[in-house]
Every structure is written in C-alpha cells, then in structure tokens.
Design a protein around this ligand. Structure first.
Ligand code: AMP
Length: 371
C-alpha cells in the first residue's frame, strides 16, 4: 500500500473511485488498460460502473465502516462527481491519498466560493452577487440588471437548480421556485458559443490541455461537443491558459474541466469562466476515440503519479450524447460509418438521463493540418 501522501502506483495496484456512474465506469476501464485495478464505491446497486470492476462497495457515503474497509482495499482514491459529502472525504483522506485533494471540493461545491476564487485569480466570470433572501435578490437585480440567472450555490447540474429571471418577472416567485436559502444571481451572458477545456495536471505540476471543445446544449443538457472549437488559435490559447492557471492555483492533481462562455466584443471575442468541474467531464468524451490518449487515461496517470501523455487528436471530432429515449436508436448508430458507440447500460431510459454517447472522427483532409 502507498503512504498517505506519496502516490506512485505500480501495475496491479488499486484505484478507489467514489461514484458509480458512466464517468466512474470509463475511469475504471481506462485504469484496466494501464494494468491497474479499480474498486468502485457507490450507494446505488444499479451503478453502471459496478459492471466493469471485480470489486465494488455498495454502501451509503455516511457508512463509516464501509468507507474504512474501502480505504483499506485501495491505494489511492478519486471521485467521478464533486458533491462528495465533506465528512466522507475527510474520513477517506485520513486513510489514503484522495486526489484531487479534498480542499478542491470545498471550492468547487459552492458556486459562490468558486466564483470568488476565479475572480481572485484575475479571471473573468459573469457578474454575480450573493443572494440569501427575496429581499437580497431584489437588491442584486438592481445591481446586475435583467435578464439574470438565479442559481443554487450547491448541488446544481445540467440546468437543475437555476431559474432565468427576465424583465417583468416577479423576483419573489423566482426565489420561491428555486426553494433554497443560499443562491447566487449571475448577469445573463450574451455568449456566442460555449467552450470547455479539459486539462490534466500531474503530481509534478505538469499541465496538459486537450484541444478546446465547443459545446451545444439541449434543454440545459450537453448534446454535442466538437473538437476543435471554432475559435481563433489565440482565443484557444487563452482558454488553455485560464485552465492552466486554475489547475496550478488549486495545486490540482488529476483532470479538471473549465467551462467558458465566448462573448462577442468590439475588440474581438473574450472569455468568461462559467464553472469548474473537478473531474473528467462529458465534453471530454470525444478524447476516447478522437485522441491518442483519453481524458480518463490522463486522470488515471495523474493520480497514479505517472507522467501525463501528450495526446494527439486524430481529426475533427464530434461527440453526440444519447439522452433519454435517444438510446433507443443505438442500432442506427451502430451502422454509421466511422461512428464509435458507447452505451452505459443504465437500464430503462428516463428523460434527461445520459444513456450513452457516439463519437465520429473525420479523417483529416489531404494536405491540411489536423483541424
Ligand atoms: P451551469 O449549470 O452553470 O453550467 O449552466 C448550464 C447552462 O445554462 C450553461 O451551459 C449555459 O448554457 C446556461 N447559463 C448558465 N449561466 C448563464 C449565464 N450567466 N448567462 C447565460 N447563460 C447561462
């Protein structure tokens, strides 16, 4: 077993993964390819990640005994989602290295703490205000103007926990609909596109970013990602610099995603950070088939204490999420030339649930570089 601080895994060692969704499943598969074992901890007996590992712990995150046994079985612990309860993280971190470090969770679990952190680094975000009551919301609306987006500080994802407030809307009604006591109001960003950077940082401080990805959402859920994003090389370099700055400031080890808005301006487009995900990210799934090394492998390498890869992209890539009933068309996707189909085995489709994804890599055109 490795010590609490140092991580230098050898083939055959075991990575503990908190969370049993598709991200945990794809992390476990990437670990297996590198000769590492994975043990998944999840309270959900139907976790798709359980199907691809030999050892799984099905227990609540508050089950101290189960956490202790899990920690004893593994060499390093990571997570596939950021809403790990802090007590769980503390129990595990006292026994095994948890990477990315649990302090990262404190910043990224809370939209206000995260935006304050990014702002302190001198990186732009939407203008925002702390909101804790309907009265505070009315004051924030006066400062930021409308339209604006009211978001819960914690536990928001895929557009859940947010309400757009437009001119003429009743702020009290918006506040009641959100149903929380801690929120932030963000000025609405008139973005021309949304992009993300998937960055990996190794234990030695090395940072490697994948090509900037352009993302389109349907009903607030990621529908397609394209790499590379249709932005200038200079703006892409800025996006990668932002991700590198954040990863370095957080002393991060592993893969993180930075979601950004591209905002049109007289002097050319600029970038604002929307949010940070301290984990592998849906907008990086294209790397599984579109690059020489995937985001999942980069994460495993980083937390294993291994060198990061320098991934090459094979050509322009499109990743399409199969959401809800989209999965029923899997047979059609299986016959699309050049398509790689990933099905998560999540059982009966539910609206809004990510059930699988498909990647299509275009061969690079003759005589052109790889864009
Ligand atoms: P989030 O959960 O913060 O990632 O938000 C989900 C989606 O809502 C984003 O990908 C954007 O499409 C949209 N959105 C979030 N915040 C804003 C904002 N301040 N202005 C405009 N659109 C936003």
């Amino acid at each position: 077993m490795t010590s609490k601080k140092q991580v230098a895994l050898k083939p055959g060692d075991t990575i503990g993964i908190l969370g049993g969704g598709q991200l945990g499943r794809m992390l476990a598969l990437a670990a297996a390819r590198l000769g590492l074992k994975a043990q998944v901890f999840s309270p959900d007996p139907d976790s798709p990640a359980f199907d691809v590992v030999q050892h799984a712990t099905c227990a609540e995150y508050a089950d101290v005994e189960a956490l202790e046994l899990f920690a004893a079985d593994v060499d390093v612990i990571t997570y596939e989602f950021e809403n790990i309860p802090s007590a769980t993280a503390m129990i595990l971190a006292a026994r095994r290295p948890v990477l990315p470090d649990t302090v990262v969770l404190e910043t990224t679990q809370d939209r206000l703490a995260e935006k304050n952190y990014i702002t302190k680094l001198g990186i732009g975000t939407a203008r925002y205000a702390d909101v804790w009551s309907a009265d505070a919301l009315a004051v924030a609306i006066k400062t930021l103007g409308l339209p604006a987006v009211l978001k819960t500080r914690r536990f928001g994802y895929d557009g859940k926990g947010q309400v757009i407030i437009r001119e003429g809307d009743d702020p009290q009604d918006a506040w009641d609909r959100l149903g929380t006591k801690s929120a932030i109001l963000e000025a609405f960003v008139p973005f021309e596109r949304e992009v993300s950077v998937i960055a990996a940082r190794g234990a030695d401080g090395d940072v490697v970013c994948f090509d900037v990805t352009e993302n389109e959402h349907r009903d607030h859920i990621l529908k397609t990602s394209h790499a590379p994003a249709a932005i200038s090389d200079a703006l892409a370099a800025q996006a990668r610099d932002i991700a590198q700055k954040i990863a370095t400031a957080l002393n991060y080890v592993g893969v993180l995603a930075v979601e950004l808005f591209v905002v049109p301006g007289a002097g050319g487009p600029t970038l604002l950070v929307n949010e940070i995900a301290p984990r592998v990210h849906n907008s990086g799934h294209w790397t599984l088939d579109g690059a020489s090394v995937s985001q999942f492998e980069q994460h495993i390498r980083a937390i294993a204490g291994w060198p990061l890869a320098r991934p090459l992209r094979f050509g322009p890539v499109t990743m399409t999420n199969l959401i809800g009933d989209d999965i029923l068309d899997y047979g059609k996707w299986l016959t699309v030339p050049g398509a790689t189909v990933h099905l998560y085995d999540k059982g009966t489709p539910r609206p809004g649930r990510k059930m699988g994804h498909v990647t299509v890599v275009e061969p690079p055109a003759e005589g052109r570089n790889n864009r």
